[in-house]
Design a protein around this ligand. Sequence first.
Ligand code: AHM
Ligand code: MG
Length: 337
Amino acid sequence: MSGMRTLGEFIVEKQADFPHASGDLSSLLSSIRLAAKIVNREINKAGLADIIGAVGTDNVQGEAQQKLDLYANEKFKAALEARDQVCGVASEEEDEAVAFNKALNQDAKYVVLMDPLDGSSNIDVNVAIGTIFSIYRRVSPIGTPPVEADFLQPGHKQVAAGYVIYGSSTMLVYTTGHGVNGFTYDPSLGTFCLSHENMMIPKKGTIYSINEGNYIRFPLGVKKYIKYCQENEPQDQRPYTSRYIGSLVADFHRNLLKGGIYLYPSTLSHPEGKLRLLYECNPMAFLIEQAGGLASDGQRRILDLVPTELHQRTPFFVGSSEMVNKVEEYLETYPDQ
Ligand code: AHM
Ligand code: MG
C-alpha cells in the first residue's frame, strides 16, 4: 500500500500550510471525519434498520424532517463539541445557532455551519445524499459564548469547507483555501484515502443541472439560458446534457469532476431561491473557486454576500467558469419586467 495517503495523514501534513498553526483546525477536521464515518454507517443500514421516514416534525423551513437528518445533526454536533475546537454550531436542522457551554469550548476559536444531511428526500429511494460543512474563525472574543455575528460572516471569510457524499462510494472533499482534495472511504479499513488530489473543474463543461419542472416559474434570463444549452451547435458541443439528481452534493460532485453548471434560480414560489446561503451555497462556492470555477447569485459573487439571517436563501449558479459567466450574461441581457 505504498503511496496511499489517508485523510488523517493528509490533514497533519497540510497543517504546515498554515504558519503558526496550532493544530486546532486539524483536530476539527478530524472530528468531521469521525462523524462522517458514523453517519455513513447509519445511512448504509438505513434500509435494513427501518430508520427511514419522517419524524413528524418540520424543520425551520417547514419541510418534513426525516430521522436520519436528526441523527446526522446529533452526531456532527456531538463530534464537534467533544474535541473542544468549536465554540458553536449553526445547522440547517436547528432554528437557532447552538452555543457549546463548556469552558473549553468557549475558549475555542472556530464556529461550524452545516447541513448535516442534504437531499434527505432522496434517502428512501437509495439516491446519493451528503453532508455540507463550513468553518469560520469567530469574531467574538475567545472565552465567551459565540454570538450571532460569528455565524453571519461573508463566505470569503471561510477557513475551510467541504462535503461528504454518501453515494456508490462515500467520499469526503474539502478545502482549506489551498486547493480541493477528495478522499474515498474504504469501509473494510474504516479509512478515507486520498483519491482525488488537487481537483480542478474544467473551464467549460457540457452538463447543465436544474429542476426543469419549474421552468414556467424561472426568470426570463434563465429560460433563455436553458434554450441556449439546448441549441444545436455541434462545434460548441451543444446541445448540452441535462443531469439533475435533486441532491445538491451529488449534482455538484459530478459537475466538479466532469465540468458543468448547477442552477437553482429564484422561482415564483421561492423568490429568494431554495438553497441556503450559509449551509449550502457558501461552502460549495468556496470549493468551486478553489477548483477554478465560479459561484454566483446571478449578479454577484456568492462569497461576497453579507448574510443577515442564519437561514437566508439565495439563487445559486455554480460550476465551470465559462458557463457561470454565460448565465450571468443572459440574466443581464434579459431582465424580468
Ligand atoms: P434539503 O436541504 O431540504 O434536502 O433541500 C436541498 C435540496 C438540494 O440537495 C437539491 O439540490 C435541491 O434541494 C432540490 O430541490 P428541488 O427538489 O426543488 O429540485
Ligand atoms: Mg439542504
